[in-house]
Ligand binder design. Structure first.
Ligand SMILES: O=C(O)C1=C[C@@H](OP(=O)(O)O)[C@@H](O)[C@H](O)C1
Ligand SMILES: C=C(OP(=O)(O)O)C(=O)O
Length: 439
C-alpha cells in the first residue's frame, strides 16, 4: 500500500459487488470456536488484520486454527483457554482485545494483552472493571486503563452489570466471562447494542436469556454451560457495504449494488438515516444466512437533504457516522449528529478527525463535545475537496474521505491508508472496479 491514496472525481459508478465478511461476527466466530469443544468451521470470514490478530490469539490460547480456503477457516477448540506462551497482540482491534479479555478471564490462566499505538490509547477499564468485579485480576503494565495489561483469570462469580454506555464490546466481554462464572450473569443495556454474541452463543449450544426493558434489555446467562463447535456462515458487513453504497448515493448517475449485506436491525441505523435524507436505497432478495437477516442493497445517486439523526439510533450505526458525514457534505441543508461521544474513543477521535478532514475539503462543519453538524452543499452546490486528510491510522476516516473525493471537485488524499486492511482488504480494488478513481 502506498503512503498516500488519492480519490479523484469519477464518472457514474455502476455494478454489483459483495461486501467483505462482517467484522463483529468474524471475531466472535474465532473466539467462540476457540472456547468450544470440537470443530468449528467458518465460511465468509473477514480476512482483515483485526480478525487475523484474533485468530492468532485464539491459537495462542490453545486452539488449532487453520485456513482451509478463501474465507474458510477451521478451528479445533480445546474446550477452554490455556496460558499463552507470549504476549497477546491484538493489533488495532478494540473488539478483539475486549472480547478476548472477557473470554480469557473465565479460565485459570495468566495472559498479557497489548496492541498497536492506537489501541494503546483506548480505554480498557470499561471492560476490566466489571471483569475485576467478577474476580479477575488486572495489572496495568504502563498506565492505568491502558494496554498493555496482564490478566489473571479463573474462579469468577457472576455479576449483574448495568451499562452506562450502549456497548456490545462491554456486554460481550461480561457474557463471555459469565460462561465460566458461578451463578447467573446479567447485563442491562439502556439501549440495545448489536447482539451477535448472544446469537452466536446460542448457535454454539448455550442458553441466553433476554428480557425487554424500555428501549433496552437485560441479557443473562448461567455459568458452566459448555460450548460445542458448529458451522458459522458470516454474512457481509453493513459497516463496510456503507462505503460503496455511499459512493453510489453521491456520485451523479451511479447505481451500486452490494450483495449479501447483513441486515440485523441493530446494525442498520445508517440505512435508516440515509432513507430519512431521501436516499434511493432499495433492498432485494431478503433471506437468512448465519442466523442473521441478509439482503442485497442498491444505492442510486440521490438528491439528499440534511436531517437530525435521532440520538437513540447511535448504537446501531456508531461506526457509520464518518461515512454519513461524508454523504451529508453533499446534502441540501444541515445534518445534525449528536449523542455520539463514543466516537471519540474509537481507533481515533473520530469527531475531531472528521471535522478536521471535512474542513480541509472545504465543508462547513461545527464540532460539539458529543457530536458534530455538517452543512451540505446541496444540489446546486459542490464540495471543493482538495484536502490532504490526516487519518491517525483510522480505517473508517480514510475510507470516508476517499469516498467523498470521488464526488468532490478536487482530488482528496489520505495519509497512512494501510490501515484500511484492518476491516476492508480490497477496498480500493472494489471501488475502482465500480468505476471509482482511487490511486
Ligand atoms: O462488538 C462489536 O463487534 C463492536 C462494537 C462497537 O464498539 P462498542 O462496543 O465500543 O460500542 C463497534 O464500534 C465496534 O466496531 C464493533
Ligand atoms: C471501532 C471499530 O472497531 P474496534 O473497536 O474493533 O477497533 C471499527 O471498526 O470502526
Amino acid at each position: 500500500m502506498p503512503s498516500q491514496l488519492t480519490a479523484s472525481r469519477s464518472n457514474a459508478l455502476a455494478g454489483t459487488v459483495r461486501a467483505p465478511g462482517d467484522k463483529s461476527m468474524s471475531h466472535r466466530s474465532m473466539i467462540l470456536g476457540g472456547m468450544a469443544s470440537g470443530v468449528t468451521e467458518v465460511e465468509g470470514l473477514l480476512e482483515g488484520d483485526d480478525v487475523l490478530a484474533t485468530a492468532r490469539a485464539v491459537q495462542a490460547f490453545g486452539a488449532k486454527v487453520e485456513r482451509i480456503g478463501e474465507g474458510r477457516w477451521r478451528i479445533e477448540g480445546a474446550g477452554g483457554f490455556k496460558t499463552p506462551a507470549s504476549v497477546i497482540d491484538c493489533g488495532n482491534a478494540g473488539t478483539g482485545v475486549r472480547l478476548l479479555m472477557g473470554a480469557a478471564a473465565g479460565y485459570p490462566l495468566t495472559a498479557t494483552f497489548d496492541g498497536d499505538a492506537s489501541l494503546r490509547r483506548r480505554p480498557m477499564k470499561r471492560v476490566t472493571g466489571p471483569l475485576a468485579d467478577m474476580g479477575a485480576r488486572f495489572d496495568w503494565r504502563a498506565a492505568e486503563d491502558r494496554l498493555p495489561v496482564a490478566l489473571t483469570g479463573g474462579a469468577l462469580t457472576a455479576i449483574d452489570y448495568v451499562q452506562t454506555v450502549a456497548s456490545a464490546q462491554i456486554k460481550s466481554a461480561i457474557l463471555l466471562a459469565g460462561l465460566n462464572a458461578q451463578g447467573v450473569t446479567s447485563v442491562t443495556e439502556p439501549e440495545k447494542s448489536r447482539d451477535h454474541t448472544e446469537r452466536m452463543l446460542r448457535a454454539f449450544g448455550a442458553e441466553v436469556g433476554v428480557e425487554e426493558m424500555g428501549q433496552g434489555w437485560v441479557v443473562s446467562l448461567k455459568g458452566g454451560q459448555p460450548l460445542t463447535g458448529t458451522f458459522v456462515a458470516v454474512p457481509g458487513d453493513p459497516s463496510s457495504a456503507a462505503f460503496p453504497l455511499a459512493a453510489g448515493l453521491i456520485v451523479p448517475g451511479s447505481a451500486v449494488t452490494v450483495e449479501g449485506v447483513m441486515l440485523n436491525p441493530l446494525r442498520t441505523g445508517l440505512f435508516a438515516a440515509w432513507r430519512d435524507m431521501g436516499a434511493d436505497l432499495t433492498i432485494s432478495n431478503r433471506r437468512e444466512a448465519g442466523g442473521e437477516a441478509v439482503g442485497d442493497v442498491t444505492a442510486r445517486h440521490s438528491a439528499l437533504k440534511g436531517v437530525v439523526v435521532p440520538e437513540d439510533r447511535a448504537a446501531s450505526m456508531i461506526d457509520e457516522y464518518p461515512i454519513l458525514a461524508a454523504t451529508a457534505a453533499f446534502a441540501e441543508g444541515v445534518t445534525v449528529m449528536r449523542g455520539v461521544g463514543e466516537m471519540r474513543v474509537k481507533e481515533s477521535d473520530r469527531i475531531s478527525l472528521m471535522v478536521e478532514g471535512l474542513r480541509a475539503c472545504g465543508v462547513q462543519v461545527e464540532e460539539e463535545p458529543e457530536g458534530f453538524i455538517v452543512t451540505g452543499a446541496g444540489e446546486g452546490g459542490s464540495v471543493r475537496g482538495g484536502g490532504l486528510v490526516h487519518t491517525a491510522h483510522d480505517h473508517r476516516i480514510a475510507m470516508s474521505h476517499l469516498v467523498l473525493g470521488l464526488a468532490a471537485d478536487q482530488p482528496v488524499s489520505v495519509d497512512e491508508p494501510g490501515m484500511i486492511a484492518t476491516s476492508f482488504p480490497g477496498f480500493v480494488e472494489m471501488m475502482n472496479g465500480l468505476g471509482g478513481r482511487i490511486a
